[in-house]
Design a binder for this molecule. Structure first.
Ligand code: CA2
Length: 154
């Protein structure tokens, strides 16, 4: 079975590269997707890269990952700070490994961004390294998958 990783992106991330480059960098979401696919190819991961502005769509995709994927990388955008539905969806696919990623360091920004409902149910969280965080997350999931497959659990 192939090692499919869903890379999910939440609201407004389709605007990357068009506005606020000082906070989020100059890369577009399309080039982040290309970075993920080329890192995935080296790590023997098949990348399914998606973006939605809608909370319920992200919940549907997390549920779909529960049956089709070996892991999730998710940047839930502003839903990180508000969404119990995404928190519950991630719990529901446990023990599927989930890496939460933020381009910016959410702890160095406004107070309302300091709490994420996703972090407590994610396997781990990377923030503040820009688009490189997605590639770091893929490396972390690949290492975990490799360890599980060696133990016969993958
Ligand atoms: O740092 C991150 O990756 C965030 O998840 C980005 C979210 C923000 O709400 C989170 O607190 C942290 C924002 C998504 C991107 O929003 C844009 C808005 C205008 C122009 C470009 C991007």
């Amino acid at each position: 079975m192939s090692n499919i990783i869903f890379v999910l992106n939440g609201p407004n991330l389709n605007m990357l590269g068009k506005r606020e480059p000082g906070i989020y960098g100059g890369e577009t979401l399309e080039t982040i997707g290309e970075d993920c696919r080329s890192a995935g190819a080296k790590l023997c991961l098949e990348i399914d890269f998606r973006q939605s502005n809608h909370e319920g769509v992200l919940v549907d995709w997390i549920q779909e990952a529960g049956s089709r994927a070996k892991g999730i990388v998710i940047n839930p955008g502003a839903y990180s700070h508000t969404s119990i539905a995404i928190h519950d969806a991630i719990r529901a696919v446990s023990p599927l490994p989930v890496a939460e990623v933020h381009l910016s360091n959410i702890h160095a920004r406004e107070e309302f961004r300091h709490h994420s409902w996703v972090s407590s149910v994610a396997t781990g969280m990377i923030c503040g390294f820009g688009s490189q965080g997605y590639v770091m997350a893929l490396h972390a999931l690949a290492a975990r998958l490799e360890a599980a497959q060696q133990k016969g659990q993958g």
